[in-house]
Structure formats: structure tokens, C-alpha cells
Design a protein around this ligand. Structure first.
Ligand SMILES: Cc1cc2nc3c(=O)[nH]c(=O)nc-3n(C[C@H](O)[C@H](O)[C@H](O)COP(=O)(O)OP(=O)(O)OC[C@H]3O[C@@H](n4cnc5c(N)ncnc54)[C@H](O)[C@@H]3O)c2cc1C
Length: 532
């Protein structure tokens, strides 16, 4: 490609692009809002993007770009952002579409939030990628700076039973971590060729997996979010409408911090014209729905000790035809409902040659829909909640559906302490529910308790979720749910399900992390060899 820039222009531009002479290039050394503003110009200009930067930023005296262009000290990024923001306002006001806010993103760390609030944040599916501290790899009983266990405390939880029950849960967890780890190490001694590191990590992960059910939903966690402006705007509005004060405070915190890096994109999140009324509407809709519910959750015995279950509530009887018609559609000139496919032949051609689970099932599988209702412990809910390509919602977390006592813990003879801890918490929960209300009372519920939720999910996501979540190193609780989901789909649609070959219906590894840790060692070894 012939260069469209003079030598002087190229000198100005090269810092901001990975190349100046090819049609595909990446942007660098520019604040997010400037990148977003540049992209947004594509719909309104015939100029190339690099030319826009030159004409409308660098050579535009009012843009303040010289301050962005490296003459400022590196730590003065906020000034640069404000300047870019002014430019953004000038260029976009009047014709900026909502989707423009998807063109810039931010990384936000959210630390010391309760597990409940973390779930509320992660409930946003499109445009936000979260990653959260793991109950498998991290001990949760390290006290904070004030020497207290790390769980959410706030004026809304001012009840003597709350801290007492939460402390008991953490003390029980803390007192069992070491004995459980030692007992597991005795049961699964180090194997020939297994490094000390791999064995210790795998056995500790097993102990932490067994004990995570003791942690209350108020347990503090850390998460990182990478997302685009539009998704953050909606997240802030939703959090402002949330019934938990902790989430409302998070809305203000997120808004304040994101306003420093992508201000234009989160400006409306809480404003008087859009954000605040939208949040008010979300809150009043919730209240109207509560009033219309026949058996509101508060104060009602929701059925003691409901066994974990995965029920297929609804599926499409015509799914096979729909899936194969959708698969043929792009290759034909007939309407979707005029395809007359040979189901077996199409499925075979479409799916038979997948070599591993990362070779995705094609989009046509999205034409088959399933609705599941699941009752399982909240820890497993947490794991599966992170899947985004589906529609899901849960009921309030409570204690009346019963809890899971991990069989692995019973085998180690440690079930009594576990049961005492969670049952004390259930007693406290009943009082908190009565006196503080069911939403706030959720904080004391240990992750071992059952919760009821639904998944409305298409077959493509079934392939992905069930193949990923049944790998033998997964936690037994979510493995079981994924296996049950797959069983139900296989019963009603055996021909559609049979190509999900990487779903593992076996019993799983007894020491789940052992093989993964060995693989990590092999990779570390390979790296060492490469370095040498
Ligand atoms: C053994 C194991 C341990 C884990 N440990 C942790 C942990 O400690 N902490 C933690 O936070 N999470 C953990 N996870 C969760 C994991 O990181 C994923 O967030 C979760 O499994 C969702 O799955 P997914 O992203 O593959 O797909 P889904 O959200 O189900 O989406 C399906 C597919 O859609 C695509 N997709 C969806 N969203 C996006 C997007 N924004 N951008 C690009 N593509 C997208 C991807 O192809 C994805 O595979 C763990 C998962 C496993 C299996």
C-alpha cells in the first residue's frame, strides 16, 4: 500500500499505530476515549482513521492533543482524558449513537465486596468479562487488617446474631483447613514422579473444595472486570437499583472511578434524565412483582430439605428439524421453513469430525432451546452463574431448601463440625430474615445451602457448558449438574446430543486437581528448558 502520509506526518503518527502502511493495524498509546472517538468517526467520514487522528486531533489546535502526544508526564493521564473528553463532546454531540460507548473499555478492580454483591455485578452478561478470586485456590480465613475475618459488615446487618454466626462459620472453616489437608495427603500420598508443588497444590485444592460450603454469602472476595462503556453504564444503573445497600454503594464507587477514565461513556448511568429514572423504575418494578407473587419468599417455609435436582421443564419437540434447516440455510436459496433435510446426514456432516471441545459446535445449534430448573448448593450456582450465553435467574438465597454435606468430608470424619457451623448459621438466618428482611438475611447463608434457579439455554451452549464443566478436574458439585443437564438433553434429543463427545459422564478424578497440576509441571519444565 502506498503511504498516504508525508515523512513529517508519519513521524507524528507512528507512536499511535502498529503500522502506517497496511490496511490492518492496531491502536496504541492512546487513552480509551480517544480510541472510542476515532472509531466512532468511521460512520461519518470517508477519511482513514489515521488521517482522522492527524486532522481532527493532532493538527487541531483546540483538541489539546499536544498534551496527549507525549509532552505531558506519564502520570498525568487524567488531564489527557479530560482533553479527549472535550474533543469527544465536540465531535459526537448531536449524532453519537448509544453503541459508540461500546468502542472504549476499561479495566476495573472491585475488591473487598461480598460474594452476594460479586454475583450481582457478574450478572451482567454482555460486554463485561469478570474474573473472581477462587474458593479452590485461595484460603478465605486470613483475617483483614483489623484482625477480623473478612465478611461484609454494614449498618443494614446490625444484629447481634450476624457476626456471631459468621465468626463461627469462619472459625470452623479455619479449624478444618489444616486437618483436612493433612488427612487428604495421607489418603492420597505423593506419587512417583509427582513434584512436591503439584501434590501440595492438588491436595490443598481438594481440602478447600470440601470446605467452601462453610463460607457465608457475605464472604468478601475480589474481582476484576474488563468491559466496554455501554455495559458499564447499564451495570451502574442496575446496581443503583439493587435492593442491597452494598450494591447501591458499589454503583456510586464504580461510577466515580469509571468517570475518571471513560467519563463520556458512563455519564448517563446515574443522571437525572436517564440513569436515575431507569434505576427508580427497576426498583419499583421489583416491588410490584413482589406484591404480585403468590408465595413471597419472606417468612414462608419454602419446603425443607429439597434434594438437589436438574429438571428439564421445557424443550422444543421440533428442534431437530430446526437445527438442520438452520445449518442448510446459508448454503441454499430456499426460505428457512422450506428446507427438507435428511436429519441424520446433516448432523453427521456438521458435527462428526470435532476433534476436541474447543472446536465449537456451529451456530445452527442455537435453534434448539431448553429450559432447566435447578436446585443445588449456592457454591455450584456461583460456578455456573459465570456462563453468559444463556438466560438465567435465581431465587433469594435462604436455608429452607436444606444444604449439602460433602461426602468427602464425611469420609474424613469431619462432618460434625461442618454441620454444627451451617446449622448455627441457619438459626441466625431465620432471625435475620424475620427482623431484617430476606434480602439482607442472605449474607449469613453458607454456600452449602441449596438455591433454586433457572437456565434457559440453547444446544450450542449446552455443548460448551457440559463439555467444559464435566472435565474430570472440575468440582464434583457442578460436574454433577452439567452431567444431569446433558442426560436430560440426551433423553429428549439423542441424535442432537450424541456429537457432544467431550462431555465426560464418568465419576471424575478422586483428587481432582492432580492431573492438572502435573500438566502445569510439564509446562513449567518445558519453559525452563526453553529458557536454558
Ligand atoms: C475448572 C474451572 C475453574 C474456574 N475457575 C475460575 C475462577 O477461579 N474464577 C473465575 O472467575 N472463574 C473461574 N472459572 C470460570 C471461567 O473462567 C468462565 O468465566 C466460565 O466458565 C464461563 O465460561 P466461558 O467464558 O467459557 O463461556 P460462556 O460465558 O458460557 O460463553 C460461551 C462462549 O461464548 C464466548 N464468549 C462469551 N462471552 C464472551 C466475551 N465477553 N468475549 C468473547 N467471547 C465470549 C466464548 O467463546 C465462550 O466460550 C473456572 C472455570 C473452570 C472450568
Amino acid at each position: 500500500m502506498e503511504s498516504e502520509f508525508s515523512t513529517a506526518e508519519a513521524t507524528l503518527l507512528e507512536r499511535y499505530f502498529t503500522n502506517l502502511d497496511r490496511p490492518v493495524f492496531a491502536l496504541r498509546n492512546l487513552p480509551e476515549v480517544v480510541k472510542g472517538a476515532l472509531f466512532s468517526r468511521y460512520s461519518r467520514t470517508e477519511k482513514s482513521l489515521r488521517r482522522v487522528l492527524l486532522d481532527e486531533f493532532i493538527n487541531e489546535p483546540d483538541s489539546g492533543f499536544e498534551r496527549l502526544a507525549g509532552s505531558l508526564p506519564a502520570d498525568d493521564d487524567l488531564v489527557a482524558v479530560r482533553r479527549a473528553e472535550e474533543f469527544y463532546e465536540r465531535v459526537l454531540v448531536g449524532y453519537g449513537d448509544d453503541s459508540v460507548a461500546e468502542l472504549a473499555g476499561a479495566h476495573v478492580a472491585v475488591e473487598q465486596v461480598s460474594t452476594l454483591a460479586a454475583k450481582a455485578v457478574e450478572d451482567s452478561r454482555i460486554g463485561i468479562s469478570p474474573l473472581e478470586k477462587s474458593t479452590r485456590y485461595v484460603r478465605f480465613d486470613r483475617p483483614g487488617a483489623a484482625g477480623r475475618y473478612l465478611y461484609h459488615r454494614g449498618p443494614e446487618l446490625a444484629h447481634p446474631d450476624y457476626e456471631r454466626a459468621a465468626d463461627t462459620l469462619f472459625e470452623t472453616y479455619s479449624s478444618l483447613v489444616e486437618p483436612a489437608t493433612l488427612a487428604i495427603r495421607e489418603r492420597y500420598p505423593q506419587e512417583e514422579g509427582e513434584t512436591d508443588r503439584a501434590w501440595k497444590s492438588a491436595t490443598r485444592a481438594k481440602a478447600l473444595d470440601l470446605l467452601r460450603g462453610l463460607l457465608p454469602a457475605g464472604t468478601l472476595t475480589n474481582l476484576g472486570l474488563f468491559g466496554n462503556g455501554r455495559a458499564f453504564e447499564y451495570l451502574i444503573t442496575k446496581m443503583a437499583a439493587h435492593e442491597l445497600p452494598e450494591c447501591q454503594a458499589l454503583a456510586s464507587d464504580l461510577h466515580r472511578e469509571l468517570s475518571l477514565v471513560i467519563p463520556a461513556f458512563v455519564r448517563r448511568a446515574l443522571d437525572e434524565r436517564y440513569g436515575a429514572p431507569a434505576a427508580q423504575r427497576l426498583a419499583s418494578t421489583r416491588n410490584r412483582m413482589k406484591a404480585l407473587t403468590r408465595s413471597p419468599l419472606a417468612g414462608v417455609d419454602r419446603g425443607r430439605d429439597v434434594e438437589p435436582s436438574v429438571r428439564l421443564i421445557e424443550f422444543d419437540k421440533d428442534a431437530e428439524r430446526k437445527v438442520v434447516a438452520a445449518a442448510l440455510f446459508p448454503h441454499s436459496n430456499l426460505p428457512l421453513d422450506h428446507q427438507t433435510p435428511d436429519v441424520a446426514a446433516v448432523l453427521e456432516s456438521l458435527l462428526a469430525d470435532r476433534a476436541n471441545r474447543r472446536q465449537r459446535a456451529p451456530r445452527a445449534l442455537e435453534h434448539a432451546q431448553y429450559e432447566f430448573e435447578i436446585v443445588a448448593n449456592f457454591a455450584a450456582y456461583r460456578d455456573l452463574h459465570r456462563h453468559r450465553m444463556l438466560t438465567q435467574d435465581r431465587q433469594l438465597l435462604g436455608t429452607s431448601l436444606g444444604y449439602d454435606l460433602p461426602s468427602g468430608l464425611a469420609e474424613l470424619g469431619m462432618q460434625d463440625a461442618f454441620a454444627r457451623g451451617v446449622e448455627a448459621a441457619a438459626g441466625a438466618h431465620a432471625r435475620l430474615e424475620r427482623e431484617l428482611g430476606p434480602a439482607v438475611a442472605q449474607y449469613i447463608v453458607p454456600l452449602a445451602f441449596h438455591v433454586r434457579w433457572y437456565f434457559r439455554v440453547n444446544l450450542r451452549e449446552i455443548y460448551h457448558l457440559c463439555e467444559l464443566r464435566t472435565t474430570p478436574q472440575g468440582h464434583p458439585d457442578y460436574r454433577w449438574i452439567a452431567q444431569e443437564m446433558f442426560r436430560r438433553v440426551s433423553e429428549v434429543h439423542p441424535r442432537l446430543a450424541r456429537y457432544a463427545r467431550f462431555v465426560d459422564m464418568g465419576p471424575g478424578d478422586e483428587l481432582e486437581r492432580r492431573k492438572s497440576e502435573r500438566r502445569i509441571d510439564e509446562k513449567l519444565d518445558a519453559l525452563d528448558h526453553r529458557v536454558r
